[in-house]
Design a protein around this ligand. Sequence first.
Ligand SMILES: *Cc1c(COP(=O)(O)O)cnc(C)c1O
Length: 363
Amino acid sequence: MSIHDRYRLSVVINAKGTYTPLGVSRSSYGVAEAVAQALPEFFVMDELGDRASEAIAQVTGAQAGAVVHCTAAGITLSVAATMTGGDPRRVAALPDTTDMHNRVVMPASHVVNYGHSNLQGVRLAGAQVDLAGDENRCGIDDLEEELDGPDVACLFLVSSRLTHGEPIDLVAAVRAAHRRGVPAIIDGAAQFPRIADLLSTGADLVLVSGQKYLGSPTAGLIAGSWPLVQSVRAQDKGIGRVMKPTKEAVIGVLAALEEWQAFDRVKWEADQLGKVVSFARAADEIPGVSTEVVQDPTGLQVSRVLLKVPDAKRIATELEAGSPSIYVMTDRADEDELMLELIPLDDTEIAAILARLWAILTQ
Ligand SMILES: *Cc1c(COP(=O)(O)O)cnc(C)c1O
């Protein structure tokens, strides 16, 4: 009996990308096997933390790394680390930030909502957020203005499809923070494949989700400078207690990182593009549908299929209402556009999406 039948759960075809409300991603058999081996065992959790740090450092080129519960937790704990350093008294005092630098500077265009606002993720540590620029634009001069002045704990930046307006020059932004002697953190949750690029901006900490493009169990990976990563790990004895990684998550991350290193990226990217191109070609045959292959705007080597369809909202609703439920990206449904990400899907699932589109559009 399938796990869906056993617990009376909807079967889902997820063409919406690494989307948290749908379970994000599929882990490989090898990762699932490692997790299954970990669950009945005991470990010295600090040792697991050390092995994770070594593995993250090796894969990313950073000095050190840490695994926390998820990237949202990584935001809170990274900000906490910049406020407390390794001081156990300060770690225990959070979210009370009396006598700590507690201002976090952030471009207003980097306020995003991935289920909750990242501002809350920052504020959970006890920090106060100062926004630079406006929703559509934050120049380096705007950042410098906010970074100027006392009590700044860190600069917080987001690298994501969710940010607004003109993209900020991350290298220049990190440099502006460093000129003021302030560390810079980049949240690149869905950017695991680009983590080395994000680190090469000079950022002190870079955060990515394990469960997005790495395909591990839910986990936040933090890569960065040795002292700041140690300060993140020090939060285990403070607010990090409620955001700790599970043993199976850390083992799953280790297994996924191993697979990542063994893996033929170039072939994978070519195969994925092939899937997208052939889906687009097939969908183009459906009456009323036109398609485009769209490259990820943030620099991930990922393409998606843009479907231009009449009455896109209704079509998305009908796709979800069927069985299995088919989920697609609806951010631009008002403009009669639907976007599909095919990475986790197999041939049977892709054929099922095409068949359903045919049925809905020709009924
Ligand atoms: C998904 C996402 C998060 C949250 O990641 P979790 O690992 O689910 O906590 C944070 N920031 C951005 C930009 C995201 O896309």
